[in-house]
Design a protein around this ligand. Structure first.
Ligand code: FCB
Length: 413
C-alpha cells in the first residue's frame, strides 16, 4: 500500500506543480572547511606542500602557474566570517558546516594558541547570532606540520595527539556546537594522499593507505568518546558515499562488493560511535563484471570539474542507509559551475531525490550544499567554482550572491 501511495504521489507531482514538504525542523544550509576558506594557514602540511619545490616544479611542467595553486589568503574568511554568515542568514539558511584548523590551534606540539581559540569562539558566536545551527568539523584533510613530521596518521601512537587537540576544542568551544563532525572523508584523505599520490604526502602505497584509514577509524572512536563526556551534542564523520549502478548480472555482484567495501568499511566500523550518519554525495559509478570495467555514463551532464551529474543516485545511496536506523544529514553535495548555469537544477534535482528517500522512510534531517562561497579546491587551486556565493578574486574577494543561491534560498525559506 505504501508503494502505491508513493507511486501516486510522484505521479501527481510530475503532473502538477505541487510543492514537496520536508520534515519539520529540517536543516538547510551550506558547508565549507577551514583551510579552503580562511587563508594564511602557514603551519599546515598543505601550506608546506603548496610551497614545496617538488609541487612547484610539477605544476610548471604541466604549464600551470604555481601561484594559482597556492591557498594564500583563500577567501580571507578568517577575517570575513561574519560577512559570510550574514549572507547565509540572508539566504534563509538555518544551518552551516564550518571547520576549525588544527595547525592554527596547536601550531607547535602541546602549545595551544588561546588567541586562536578566542577567535574561533567569536566565529561560532557570530554563526549563532545569524541563526545558524553549527556542524563543526575537527579534521578536514589538513594537519599541523609538526604532526606530519612525527609520521602523521601512519603511526598508531600519533592518534593521541589528534585526540588531545579534539579534547581542547570540545572543552573550549563545545557550548556553541550543535553537531560534531570528527573527520571529513577519511577514505578520500587516505586514498588521495597515500594510494593515488595526489594530496600530500603523495605516497602510492596501498598498505600505508589502509593503515591511515584504520588509524582514522580509531581516532574517530576515541574522539567520539571524549565528545560523549564533554558535550551532549551528536557526533559523526563525513563519509563520501558513492552511488554504484550495475551493468548486467555480474555488474550486480560488482556493485554489491563495492558498496560493501567502499561505502561500508568505515561505516560498519564506526556506526556504534556515531549518533547520526553524516554523508557527502558527489559521485556515481557504473560497474560491470567485478568492477574491472568502470564507466560513467558518457552522455550525462558534467560539472566544470568533469564529474557526472547523477541526482537519482542520491536516493539510492540514502535508501542503502535505511537499515542503520539513524538520522542522516547530507554534509556536502555540490558542483563546480562558474557560469552558474546548472546549479539551480542540480540543487532542485538532488532535493527531489532526497525527498523521495524521505518518502520511502529514510530519516534525512538536513542538506548542506557545498559550498557557501567559492574557495580553494585543494590540488585544483581556485578555478573550480563551487560557491552559492561568488568570491571575485579580481575585486578584493568581493562576495556576490549567485542567482542559483537565491533560488535555493526560496526553498530554504
Ligand atoms: C569534497 C571535499 C571538499 C571539497 C568538495 C568539492 O570531497 O570534502 O573539501 O573539496 O569535495
Amino acid at each position: 500500500i505504501n508503494n502505491i501511495k508513493v507511486f501516486f504521489f510522484f505521479l501527481l507531482r510530475k503532473m502538477s506543480k505541487i510543492q514537496l514538504k520536508f520534515p519539520k525542523g529540517f536543516l538547510w544550509g551550506a558547508a565549507s572547511s577551514a583551510y579552503q576558506t580562511e587563508g594564511g594557514n602557514t603551519n599546515s602540511d598543505w601550506w608546506a606542500w603548496e610551497h614545496s619545490q617538488k609541487r612547484m616544479e610539477a605544476l610548471k611542467k604541466q604549464g600551470k602557474e604555481p601561484l594559482n595553486y597556492m591557498s594564500g589568503i583563500a577567501c580571507d574568511s578568517y577575517n570575513r566570517f561574519d560577512e559570510d554568515f550574514a549572507l547565509a542568514e540572508h539566504l534563509s539558511h538555518n544551518a552551516i558546516r564550518i571547520g576549525v584548523e588544527w595547525s592554527r590551534i596547536e601550531p607547535k606540539e602541546g602549545v595551544f594558541d588561546e588567541d586562536v581559540l578566542d577567535h574561533y569562539e567569536k566565529m561560532l558566536q557570530s554563526a549563532k547570532f545569524h541563526g545558524l545551527q553549527i556542524f563543526l568539523t575537527l579534521h578536514h584533510y589538513t594537519n599541523p606540520i609538526w604532526f606530519v613530521k612525527k609520521g602523521g596518521f601512519l603511526k598508531t601512537k600519533n592518534i593521541s595527539f589528534f585526540v588531545d587537540y579534539a579534547h581542547h576544542v570540545v572543552e573550549r568551544l563545545g557550548q556553541y556546537v550543535d553537531f560534531w563532525v570528527t573527520i571529513n572523508e577519511p577514505e578520500i584523505y587516505a586514498t588521495q594522499g597515500y594510494a593515488l599520490g595526489i594530496f600530500p604526502p603523495q605516497e602510492k602505497n596501498l598498505f600505508k593507505c589502509f593503515k591511515v584509514i584504520n588509524n582514522l577509524i580509531e581516532s574517530h572512536k576515541q574522539i567520539s568518546a571524549v565528545i560523549k563526556i564533554h558535550s551532549s551534542k551528536p557526533v559523526s564523520l563525513a563519509l563520501n558515499l558513492l552511488d554504484f549502478q550495475p551493468s548486467g548480472f555480474l555488474g550486480e555482484v560488482a556493485v554489491r562488493l563495492m558498496r560493501y567495501i567502499i561505502n561500508g568499511y568505515i561505516m560498519r566500523r564506526t556506526l556504534d560511535y556515531c549518533d547520526y550518519i553524516g554523508m557527502n554525495y558527489y559521485f556515481h559509478h557504473h560497474l560491470s563484471w567485478f568492477g574491472l570495467r568502470k564507466h560513467s555514463h558518457e552522455n550525462h551532464e558534467k560539472t566544470d570539474r568533469g564529474w557526472g551529474i547523477h541526482p537519482e543516485g542520491l536516493e539510492r545511496v540514502l535508501l542503502s542507509l535505511k537499515k542503520y536506523e539513524k538520522p542522516v544529514y547530507i554534509l556536502e553535495n555540490g558542483l563546480a559551475d562558474a557560469a552558474d548555469s546548472r546549479r539551480e537544477k542540480f540543487i532542485k534535482d538532488h532535493l527531489y531525490y532526497l525527498h523521495c528517500a524521505i518518502a520511502k522512510g529514510v530519516d534525512v534531517r538536513g542538506y548542506l550544499h557545498w559550498s557557501l562561497t567559492d574557495n580553494f579546491e585543494w590540488e585544483e587551486g581556485f578555478w573550480p567554482r563551487f560557491g552559492l556565493i561568488e568570491v571575485d578574486r579580481e575585486d578584493l574577494l568581493r562576495r556576490k550572491v549567485r542567482y542559483s543561491a537565491t533560488k535555493y534560498a526560496e526553498i530554504c525559506k
